[in-house]
Write a protein that binds this ligand. Structure first.
Ligand SMILES: [Zn+2]
Ligand SMILES: [Zn+2]
Length: 251
């Protein structure tokens, strides 16, 4: 559903006991330009060097089984008054956390792979044992429990890698924003708005406008369509945006 409100990126800030928000309008042109580039190059790497392009970075990925994804643009101002446009893709792109020219995630990607690779191997090994022909029902449910604990522990450890920085130079972890008994929704911190704001805060850039749009094949529930703008999501971004937007001067 397209949203016409000019302020789509907003969240309640506990420290200030108020809602902070960021306008959309200053980032609209840059978002339209990004759409044009995606359409023209059909690639996530806009450099002119077409010979060395990785097939992984083709936008064909967005029209495959993986479907489309959200993209975001943040226009900010540098210390010297120059404008700078940052761009982000939500989550991973075709198994990649980092792509040249796009803002990085809220954690060190190498730490992420070092953490997840061995645990995922272990989870797969448990799965293989569960499919064994001579397995007793007792052993099966024991393994099932093991696999579940492994995945839950891994999620907790992944979430602990995230560091959120705001414009007051404060840092936070994800767990500070979600009730302990409810857990943190999967993918929290991986949307474009948190990636963009965190990056701008760490580089002392002043955000002027932020917009998020969908690009690629329509999602399964048909709620997202290519080229349309959407507000920041409520379940994952809602609880953290107030913190991330805190301290922007002149807003
Ligand atoms: Zn979100
Ligand atoms: Zn605040």
């Amino acid at each position: 559903m397209p949203c016409n409100s000019d302020r789509l990126c907003a969240g309640h800030c506990r420290a200030c006991a108020t809602t902070h928000s960021l306008a959309r309008e200053p980032a609209l042109d840059a978002a339209l330009q990004l759409m044009q580039m995606l359409d023209k190059t059909k690639d996530m790497d806009f450099s002119q060097n077409t010979a060395n392009r990785s097939p992984k970075l083709s936008t064909d990925f967005l029209y495959s089984k993986a479907l489309g994804k959200m993209f975001g643009v943040l226009v900010c101002e540098k210390n010297n008054g120059e404008l700078l446009t940052l761009k982000a893709f939500s989550g991973q792109y075709n198994g990649l956390w980092e792509i040249e020219g796009w803002v990085p995630p809220l954690f060190d990607a190498e730490n992420f792979w070092n953490l997840t690779t061995p645990v995922e191997k272990r989870i797969k090994a448990i799965g293989r044992e569960m499919e064994g022909a001579h397995i007793t029902p007792e052993r099966y449910s024991q393994l099932q429990g093991q696999r579940k604990r492994c995945s839950q522990d891994l999620m907790k450890q992944i979430h602990s890698l995230y560091r959120l920085q705001n414009f007051n130079n404060q840092q936070a972890t994800l767990s500070e924003f979600f009730p302990a008994n409810q857990g943190i929704p999967t993918g929290t911190g991986d949307c474009c708005a948190p990636k963009l704001l965190n990056f701008a805060a760490t580089r002392k850039l002043k955000p002027l406008g932020l917009v998020e749009f969908f690009w690629g094949k329509t999602n399964r529930s048909s709620t997202r369509h290519q080229g349309q703008f959407y507000p920041a999501c409520r379940d994952k971004c809602g609880p953290i945006l107030g913190f991330l937007l805190c301290g922007i001067k002149g807003l």
